[in-house]
Design a binder for this molecule. Structure first.
Ligand SMILES: [Zn+2]
Length: 106
């Protein structure tokens, strides 16, 4: 399935979050990454020459954050569903969930 720039941008907004020293740096880094991401429509591996997902897909991994912005796991397009199986759905959506679960620190 070929992804369009619009769907890529949408996906990016939904999945990617940058943690920086301040809001301004975060915004800049995010904008930079988004531009790259959307421009490299058909070559997801090209802009991640030295960072590929541990699952062996060759795709660039990204952090999945929970509803409170805490990183849960590093995943890529290929293994996202598989890796997120171990987390309860409410962790992703309800920022008031209780938090005594181990967090995948990579
Ligand atoms: Zn992966």
């Amino acid at each position: 399935m070929k992804k369009t720039a619009a769907s890529k941008a949408k996906w990016f907004d939904k999945h990617v979050m940058v943690i920086g020293p301040d809001k301004d740096s975060e915004k800049k880094a995010l904008a930079f990454l988004k531009k790259k991401h959307v421009e490299n429509l058909d070559f997801p591996q090209e802009f991640s020459a030295n960072t590929t997902c541990r699952c062996g897909s060759g795709f660039e991994p990204f952090w999945i954050n929970d509803a409170r912005g805490i990183p849960l796991a590093k995943v890529c397009d290929k293994c996202e569903a598989e890796k997120l199986k171990k987390f309860r759905p409410d962790v992703m959506e309800d920022s008031g969930y209780w938090h005594d679960e181990p967090i995948d620190e990579d």
